[in-house]
Design a protein around this ligand. Structure first.
Ligand SMILES: O=c1ccn([C@@H]2O[C@H](COP(=O)(O)OP(=O)(O)O[C@H]3O[C@H](CO)[C@@H](O)[C@H](O)[C@H]3O)[C@@H](O)[C@H]2O)c(=O)[nH]1
Ligand SMILES: [Mn+2]
Length: 734
């Protein structure tokens, strides 16, 4: 046993060499660029307005260069992992796992989809008595409760079927949507398929009936706690009498919600699950899944155990993060819903240091890591100050026991009452839940913040991206969801940056230096949207007014600017290529990066700033998981769907119009005045922005379909551009 490893870690040697050499040359070019900018100060000292443009451009270049420097930590030492689950100990020595699945709104997250996630998790290849699946329903919806009861009935057919025939795709919807004609069990397959259809009918049928009364609005925020162990009364004894139930326990948890109590969104839901599961099964490991991420490979639990059970690393290992992979993205992926750079570049890079950031879903985490550093505390009264008044929960700390409900075959009234108490909305008052215990509340990006604090406390994490995706989810496939999500994320980032846990300061001495650079990069990234706004407007305004911002095209300094520009574009192209992307992917990523920076990241940063001064309320609007046909069609064809709010769309359109004006005006000016040399850099910049954002021009002028940019937004944006042009020019001329 000893000689056979559970896992291996391989350094990407060639990528490391390329990345470091590129970092070296690029940093030389950046230094030269900044030197040029600093020393050209005297050219702009002629008037205060010119000096202001110089200052804004210089500050932006300086800040973006600093961010780039921080981002080199991701590139420094990328690694890949391999696992050998066959070397794991016998089943009875494996650690138990509690699976947490969250859902919040049956309208946006259709119960059939949520149940597919539940079923795929119940069917994980793991001893069923060591697996308990908990579903948190923040909507408190009877539709979801009904659906989970139906799912339980179907699971009794589905799981034995999967195990008997070694099915690997254990999410029923995914399995049945594949055409598979296996002669050996075609009959059995058809039988199960019929049952699946019936199951869906019953779930969807209930949705139809209750639609009117089931408005999520009020019900979703005002309901009592409900914890129910899902089981079919007739089969209880049959199942547990043998002591080896053949399917995992399934528990429905809907925590109490009252408008008067903050519920802390997903983090609050997860903490309720931690407590409730603590007194039912108290597994030492927890798998967290968003309701739209089903298990695509049943072996992920054993893969994660290859790390968690390795005695050499286990004591400091907090979580094993799997990549978020998606089943609905198109080849073109115009919105970069796949988040390629995060899951293919950044996380493998961080894995070479102290480990990837926590990413909300698809991770196996140790319960002990979430319970904080209270291991030393033995006094129950003191523990209650941290964990709250439940005796059952205090007793469970640090203990391992087989699942209580499976043991006695019943969900005793006492246990039931205790779980309801743990799920009540006032339970957390005067405790450390969300501050030191469990998932942390300070940010709507609970995953990033919780993971950051874990790394600060000295915990490590591991990134494992298996050849067959372990989980598959739904990527955002329309502009509105992409922008709304980006806005929430950037607001969440800044909530942490402006707190006393500001990563560049708080993290610096608490984790490895390169790891802290990665966190600092993300923490400061929201400010880049302000810099990008400057670089997408000021050189253009100056162009229209004949003021040069970059060196003459014939000047040798111009080479430096070109080098920086092309070196970053080419490095991005190389990264895209090495992760299997095409030139088209590269171009698309450039575009969506600009779009997000200008709108959603900009607004998210503003939200974060406002919240830090006590204005504005935190919100977590779940993304839409209902796939609409016309939207999918546009997405599949790689055509932008501009149906989003004017607030989000107008800045983008304004910026593109403004760059079109400056391009035309600038070319006109140089043709008339013959000063190509002087303004070439700015003309090229406007041209690049317009070219990358061509779909916006199409959406304004050429398209007539529903997803076009509404003429009202175009007109409004035109007015904004003119206003900016006129007022800006007046300032420059003063
Ligand atoms: O009050 C809430 C709000 C959301 N959720 C659940 O949180 C999950 C994630 O929400 P989703 O709408 O899918 O947001 P995404 O932007 O797709 O989520 C990403 O970003 C979140 C942080 O903003 C992370 O928590 C997620 O894991 C990550 O996938 C879903 O299962 C929701 O049901 C709740 O349980 N309660
Ligand atoms: Mn999601």
């Amino acid at each position: 046993m000893d000689s056979l490893p559970l896992h291996l870690c391989t350094l990407h040697t060639s990528a490391t060499i390329i990345n470091r050499s590129h970092a070296f040359f690029h940093s030389m070019a950046l230094l030269a660029l900044l030197y040029y900018r600093a020393s050209s100060f005297y050219l702009y000292a002629t008037s205060p307005s010119h000096l202001l443009t110089w200052l804004l451009v210089f500050a932006s270049e300086l800040f973006l260069s600093f961010l780039w420097l921080l981002s080199q930590a991701y590139q420094w030492r990328p690694v890949t992992r391999t696992v050998f689950p066959e070397t794991l100990p016998e089943d009875r020595e494996l650690g138990a796992i509690d699976v947490f699945i969250c859902t919040a709104d049956p309208k946006k997250e259709p119960p059939v989809k949520v149940m597919n996630t539940v079923l795929s998790a119940m069917a994980l290849d793991y001893p069923p008595e060591k697996l308990v699946v908990y579903l948190s329903d923040d909507g408190g919806s009877s539709l979801t409760l009904n659906a989970i009861r139906e799912a339980w009935r179907f699971a009794r057919l589905w799981i034995p079927f999967c195990k008997a025939y070694g099915i690997r795709t254990r999410c029923p919807e995914a399995y049945f949507s594949k055409e598979e004609d296996d002669d050996q069990f075609v009959e059995e397959r058809e039988k199960i398929k019929r049952n699946y259809e019936l199951f869906k009918e019953r779930v969807v049928g209930a949705c139809g009936k209750d639609e009117v009364e089931q408005g999520v609005g009020i019900a979703g925020h005002n309901h009592p706690p409900l914890v129910e162990v899902i089981r079919d009364d007739n089969t209880v004894n049959e199942d547990s009498s043998a002591g080896h139930p053949n399917i995992p326990l399934l528990v429905y948890v809907s925590r109490e919600k009252r408008p008067s109590h903050p519920h802390h969104f997903k983090a609050g839901a997860l903490n309720t699950l931690l407590r409730v599961s603590g007194i039912i099964s108290n597994a030492p490991h927890v798998l967290v899944l968003d309701c739209d991420f089903f298990c695509n490979d049943p072996s992920s639990a054993r893969q994660a155990m290859c790390f968690h059970l390795d005695s050499k690393i286990s004591c400091s290992l907090a979580f094993v993060q799997f990549p978020q992979k998606f089943h609905n993205f198109s080849m073109n992926d115009i919105y970069d819903g796949r988040l390629r750079s995060v899951f293919e570049m950044k996380w493998p890079g961080m894995d070479g240091h102290q480990g990837p950031m926590l990413s909300g879903t698809c991770f196996y985490i140790k319960r002990a890591a979430l319970y904080g550093n209270v291991g030393e505390v033995k006094d129950p009264l003191q523990l209650k100050q941290y964990f709250g008044p439940s005796n059952g929960l205090i007793k469970s700390l640090g203990q391992s026991y087989p699942c209580k409900v499976i043991e006695d075959g019943s969900f005793s009234t006492r246990l039931q009452q205790e779980t309801q108490f743990l799920a009540s909305c006032s339970y957390e008052e005067h405790t450390k839940w969300g501050e030191e215990i469990g998932f942390l509340y300070n940010s709507v990006l609970e995953d990033y913040f919780t993971g950051f604090i874990l790394h600060c406390k000295g915990w490590n994490s591991i990134y494992y991206s298996p050849p067959r995706p372990a989980f598959l989810g739904i990527a955002t496939s329309n502009l509105n969801d992409t922008l709304v999500q980006g806005r929430r994320w950037y607001c969440g980032l800044l909530q942490v940056t402006f707190s006393r846990f500001c990563p560049p300061i708080y993290g610096l001495l608490r984790m490895s230096f390169l790891e802290s650079m990665c966190y600092a990069h993300l923490a400061l990234n929201p400010f880049s949207s302000f810099c990008l706004w400057c670089l997408a407007t000021i050189p253009q305004l100056c162009l229209l007014n004949g003021i040069p911002i970059y060196p003459k095209a014939s000047d040798s300094w111009f080479v430096i600017f070109s080098l920086v520009f092309f070196s970053s574009l080419l490095k991005h192209l190389k990264d895209v290529h090495s992760t299997g992307g095409s030139v088209q992917t590269w171009w698309n990523e450039e575009r969506i990066w600009m779009m997000k920076s200008i709108t959603s990241h900009f607004y998210g940063s503003l939200d974060g700033i406002l919240k830090s001064v006590g204005m504005g309320e935190a919100s977590f609007t779940p993304t839409n998981k209902v796939i609409q046909d016309d939207q999918v069609k546009l997405y599949q064809m790689g055509i932008f769907d501009f149906r989003t709010s004017t607030v989000l769309l107008a800045p983008l359109v304004t910026l593109v119009i403004f760059n079109m004006i400056s391009l035309v005006g600038g070319v006109g000016r140089v043709v008339v005045a013959g000063c190509w040399d002087k303004l070439f850099g700015q003309i090229f910049l406007s041209f690049f922005i317009v070219a990358v954002n061509y779909p916006v021009i199409e959406g304004m002028i050429l398209r007539r379909d529903k997803g076009r940019i509404p003429p009202s937004v175009t007109l409004l944006s035109l007015a904004f551009s003119m206003l900016f042009l006129i007022s800006g020019s007046m300032v420059l001329m003063s």
